[in-house]
Design a protein around this ligand. Structure first.
Ligand SMILES: Cc1cc2nc3c(=O)[nH]c(=O)nc-3n(C[C@H](O)[C@H](O)[C@H](O)COP(=O)(O)OP(=O)(O)OC[C@H]3O[C@@H](n4cnc5c(N)ncnc54)[C@H](O)[C@@H]3O)c2cc1C
Length: 425
């Protein structure tokens, strides 16, 4: 592969963008590679921001995808602190910060996601945090430490999604009191459904977290200095708060794609080769709504593994290789002593049975060891391993088979004596 004289521009200098740049060079592309990011940090991975980094156990450098010298060594022009403001696909240009125009031959959108804000009175007060960036994680860690050093404090987490729950776990580990407010009846309810979501509820309750399910936030109260003091729920309940973390989800950063008139729905629409509605523009990571061959429909995956693998897949497609990006959707979490991996995809309510291999109860506050599978008509659509390791390949094989229409015997699936590899016959 050469590429002399060509310029490939990547917008979004995080995991997906950095991995795409790495792959372009690994595949032998000799043209110009420009990686543009509006954050000023080197490209980094976000999962530690609500886990090891937030616990103060992991230095920031460990989150970086590569150190600064790597980009120079691989002749990648890393433009940090620069925002792409306009994409003109007819002229093959992208404008940075409203002034500088860059020409591209191929362009990759790896612009990821942005947090959803909570539009309630008082949200702007000091002590209200969001968590997407390294700076935000650092400021949250500093705030938790200040409270812990002052003898404790009350944290209110709004939203019992992954980031909200991981933050709740970190706050408990800092010795702080934690209340979680969630509009759904259980944490992670949309993704996991009643049966497995209750495992996460019970784990947090065992660690002293108080939940307020079925409730939204009406307002955030503060003192005369503009510091948060309490959170008012939509039934009038007032929760004392020294610190509030808002984790009410994210939305794909599609502004640039929209400015260019690309097809955008829940993310930037692409085919299975991650090519958008413009033949010279690709999209990957959180921002891409890609056609998934296994599912036979478009899907947007806002998880680490999709950035890690989608970036390289998009890079290969930009180089003209035949790409069919068909990774089984995968994510992981760590909360207290619970480590979990999940693979597959189920629409909310799109299963008729959950099969456990192992006991889902929390005993003496300890996370269980178990596998859980979501089935429809005997087909495994998704599977999860909790504190059981090295089973992802088998789980993903079951998920692929299930989406292809093959069934398993639920009784054998539940039986730990039957190797997972023997279930498909
Ligand atoms: C706190 C936290 C914890 C997480 N934990 C897990 C986990 O445990 N497991 C898991 O599977 N996933 C986890 N995730 C999700 C995972 O981190 C994301 O899926 C991943 O970061 C997506 O990578 P990305 O490169 O597509 O986008 P992003 O990481 O969102 O990066 C996009 C980058 O593009 C930049 N950008 C956007 N628009 C422009 C523009 N116009 N010009 C220039 N730059 C722009 C953004 O500033 C950003 O730096 C977590 C996320 C967070 C925030």
């Amino acid at each position: 592969m050469s590429g002399d004289g060509q310029t490939f521009v990547i917008i979004g200098a995080s995991l997906a963008g950095a991995k795409a740049a790495e792959t372009l060079r690994a595949e032998g592309f000799t043209g110009r590679v420009v990686l543009v990011g509006e954050e000023t940090e080197l490209p980094y991975e976000r999962p530690p921001l609500s886990k090891g980094y937030l616990l103060g156990q992991q230095p920031r450098e460990k989150a970086f995808v590569h150190d600064a010298t790597w980009y120079a060594q691989h002749d990648i022009s890393l433009l940090l602190g620069r925002r792409a403001t306009l994409l003109d696909t007819a002229a093959h240009t992208v404008t940075l910060d409203g002034v500088e125009q860059l020409h591209y031959d191929k362009l990759l959108l790896a612009t990821g996601s942005r947090v959803r804000s909570l539009p309630v009175p008082g949200i702007e007060q000091a002590g209200v945090h969001y968590l997407r960036t390294m700076d935000e994680s650092e400021s949250l860690l500093a705030a938790m430490r200040r409270l812990a050093e002052a003898g404790g404090g009350q944290v209110v987490v709004v939203g019992a999604g992954w980031v909200g729950l991981e933050t709740a776990a970190a706050a408990r580990e800092h010795g702080l009191a934690v209340a979680v407010v969630e509009v759904a009846p259980l944490p992670l309810h949309r993704v996991l459904g009643d049966e497995v979501a209750s495992v996460f509820r019970d784990l947090h309750v065992a660690h002293g977290v108080t939940f307020h399910f079925g409730r939204g936030v009406q307002a955030i109260g503060g003192d005369r200095d503009g510091r948060v003091t309490n959170v008012v729920l939509d039934d009038g309940t007032e929760l004392a708060a020294d610190l509030v973390l808002v984790g009410v989800g994210i939305r794909p950063a599609t502004e640039l794609a929209e400015s260019a008139g690309l097809a955008v729905s829940d993310g930037v629409e692409t085919d299975a080769g991650l090519r958008t509605s413009d033949p010279d523009v690709y999209a990957c990571g959180d921002v891409a709504c890609f056609h998934h061959p296994m599912l036979g429909r478009r899907i947007r995956v806002e998880h680490w593994s999709n950035a890690l693998n989608g970036g390289p897949a998009a890079a290969r497609a930009m180089l003209g290789q035949q790409v069919e990006y068909d990774r089984v959707p995968y994510f992981f979490t760590d909360q207290y002593d619970l480590g979990m991996e999940y693979a597959g995809y189920v629409e909310p309510g799109g299963y008729d049975q959950v099969v456990f291999r192992g006991n889902p109860s929390i005993v003496d506050g300890k996370a269980p060891e178990l596998l859980a599978f979501w089935l429809s008509g005997g087909r495994v659509l998704a599977g999860m391993n909790v504190n059981v390791w090295d089973v992802q390949d088998q789980i993903q094989a079951l998920v692929r088979a299930g989406h292809a229409g093959r069934t398993v015997d639920p009784a054998r699936l539940a039986d730990a004596g039957v190797p997972l590899g023997e279930l498909l016959g």
